[in-house]
Design a protein around this ligand. Sequence first.
Ligand code: KG4
Ligand code: ZN
Length: 352
Amino acid sequence: MNESIKILGIESSCDETAVAVIEVIGENLDCLASVVSSQVQVHAKYGGVVPEVAARLHVEKILPLIQEALKNADCGLKDIDAIAVCGGPGLISALIIGVETGKALAVALNKPLIRVNHIEGHILSVEKEKAGQIKFPAVALIVSGGHTQLILMKGYGDYELIGTTLDDAAGEAFDKTAKILGLGYPGGPAISVEAQKAGGKNEFNIKLPRPMIESGDFNFSFSGIKTSVLYKWNALKKDFSEHQLEIAKADMAAEFQQAVVDVLVEKAVQAGIQYDAKTIILAGGVSANKVLREQLGKAVENRLPGVEFNFPEMSMTGDNAAMIAVAGYYHAVRKDFADPLKFSADPNWELV
Ligand code: KG4
Ligand code: ZN
C-alpha cells in the first residue's frame, strides 16, 4: 500500500492569509482544503499594500483559517504529518505571523516543520491531482507583483536562475500603469478588463516599446514601458476630449498588456529553446492574465513542438497555501526539514 502524507500549508507573505491541507498518496495529490482570506479590498483604499495593516489582519485571520481548513479537510491537527510555511520572500511583518504560527504548531504537536520559498510555491502551483508530473528540464516563468524570473528546473529542488527583471516586476508594472490610467488597485485585473474594451482596434495607433526583447539574454525591464505610458497619457490628456480619452485609455491598456506579453512570451520561448526544455511553466499572480496564457500557450505549441505547457488553475494563480503545501511535500520527500529554533522569516530570501 502507498504511504499517505498530509501536509498543512501556511502562507502570509503579503496581503493574503492562506491555509491549506493536501494529501499525497503514492502519486495522487489531493487538495483537501484551501482557504484564502484576501485583504485586497482593504489595501485598495491606499493604492497598495500597507505592511502594518497586512500584519494585523494576518493575526486576526490565521487561527480561524487553520480551523476552517482542518474542518473542510475533515481532519484534526493530530492527522497532519508535517507543517509547511512560507518563509519568504515577502513583507517581514506579514511573513512573521505565518512563520511563528507554523513554528508554534510544529513544536506543540511535535511534527516536522518545512520552510518553503514563496517563488518555489508559485512554480509548484502547477501540480494538480498527480505529484511528480513535471518533465525536466523545465523552464519556469514566474510573474508576480514582486518577481519576474526565468528559472531553469533540473528537478524538484534543483533550480537555476537564468533571467530576472532589472527594475520593475511584471505585476508591479501592471499595478503602476493602472494607477497612471486611474484604473485602481490591483492593476493587473483592472488593465485586462480595460484592454478588452479596445476590442483589438487601437484607434489612435498607440505604440509602446518592447524593452530588451532582442537583448539576447533572459533579463527583463518593464519600468520603461510604464514611463512611456505616463508621458503619452499626460500628452493625450492635454489634447483629447473626454470621449477620445475614454477610447485612448482602453487602447493604452491593451497596448501595454500586449507589450508586456510580447516580451514575456519571447524570452520564455527563447529560454525553452536554449535549455532544451521539456516543459514550460507559467506561474505567479500575473499568470491569471488570459492574453498571456493564450499567447504563451500558442507560442509553445508552434515554436516548441512536443513541449508541455503547464500553468495553474485560476484559483491557484494568486497567493495561496496549497502551493506552499505542495512545495513542502517535495521537501518532506527529501527529509529537508527546518529547525523551529533556527527558522525565522526572511523578507529577501531568493530561491536561487
Ligand atoms: O503572486 P501574486 O498574487 O503576489 C505576489 O507574490 O506578488 O501577484 C500579484 C500580482 C499583482 O501585481 C497583480 O496586479 C497581478 O499579480 N495580477 C495580474 C492579473 N491578476 C493579478 N496581472 C495581469 N493580469 C491579471 N489578470
Ligand atoms: Zn505571490
